[in-house]
Design a protein around this ligand. Structure first.
Ligand code: ADP
Ligand code: ADP
Length: 220
């Protein structure tokens, strides 16, 4: 039973077809990499999946439902999108508490997610003083607030230093190791090594390969 399903998703912006009949499924308990060069259609696909953009045709489902039909969206799926934008300059813990409150998530989750991403010591610092890596962790903490079954990350390691990249990699492996599902996009095949179990490759809006990482990399 797939956790995420793209069924013939097409997205056009005027004459431009950003995503063309994209079809693939993501299995639970695995890290799936969504790989493709810049402009291939990764963000557009993820935006459609998360209900932030309307498909021109086709549909994308999470746990069998469109995002807008999920009963508890943040408890089903957490997302960190590329260009999620700056967070307001607040203390890290206050930022998370505000999001928890506006989504009816118990405040006790704030300490748990801060701990999960290693920001406990920085919880009282203002986010305006966070490094890029710390902001990225705060974004992941936000996505984790609802303790979601599915975690979706768009280019999560962009701009991070090697320590930050290693941290995200081991965090994602651990998350999937607890039976959760991770879908992460990247334009770099090297990021998939040691991270992804499965890879879906997109180019010019079309899926060109889909399978276990070992099978996809064979012969490359
Ligand atoms: P990726 O995430 O793989 O870099 P995107 O999904 O951002 O790719 O973009 C896919 C294609 O759709 C690109 O050619 C991009 O320029 C185009 N595109 C994305 N968003 C828009 C938009 N709002 N209006 C017009 N074209 C867009
Ligand atoms: P409000 O209506 O008060 O703006 P929202 O529910 O729209 O509240 O979102 C509050 C915050 O939660 C925003 O910062 C948004 O980016 C974040 N958010 C919403 N959905 C998700 C999600 N699935 N994963 C991670 N963060 C999310």
């Amino acid at each position: 039973e797939p956790v995420i399903e793209f069924k013939g998703v097409t997205k056009r912006y005027g004459a431009k077809t950003a995503v063309d009949a994209v079809t693939f499924a993501v299995r639970p308990g695995r890290v799936t990499g969504f790989l493709g060069p810049n402009g291939a259609g990764k963000s557009t696909s993820l935006r459609v999946l998360l209900g932030l953009d309307h498909a021109t045709s086709g549909e994308a489902l999470i746990a069998g439902k469109r995002y807008r039909d999920l009963t508890f969206p943040l408890r089903t799926v957490g997302a960190l999108l590329d260009g999620a934008g700056p967070v307001p300059d607040r203390r890290g813990a206050d930022h998370l508490a505000w999001i928890a409150r506006s989504n009816r998530i118990p405040r006790s989750r704030v300490g748990e997610v801060l701990e999960a991403v290693g920001l406990t010591d920085a919880a009282r610092q203002r986010t305006g003083r966070y490094s890029l890596g710390m902001r990225q962790r705060l974004g992941i903490a936000t996505a984790l607030l609802g303790d979601p079954e599915v975690l979706i990350l768009d280019e999560p390691v962009n701009g991070l230093d090697p320590d930050g990249i290693r941290w995200i990699r081991s965090f994602l492996r651990g998350y999937a190791g607890r039976g959760r599902t991770v879908l992460l996009s990247s334009h770099l095949m090297t990021e998939m090594a040691d991270t992804a179990d499965d890879v879906v490759v997109i180019a010019n809006g079309r899926i060109v390969a889909d399978g276990a990482l070992a099978d996809i990399t064979e012969g490359h």
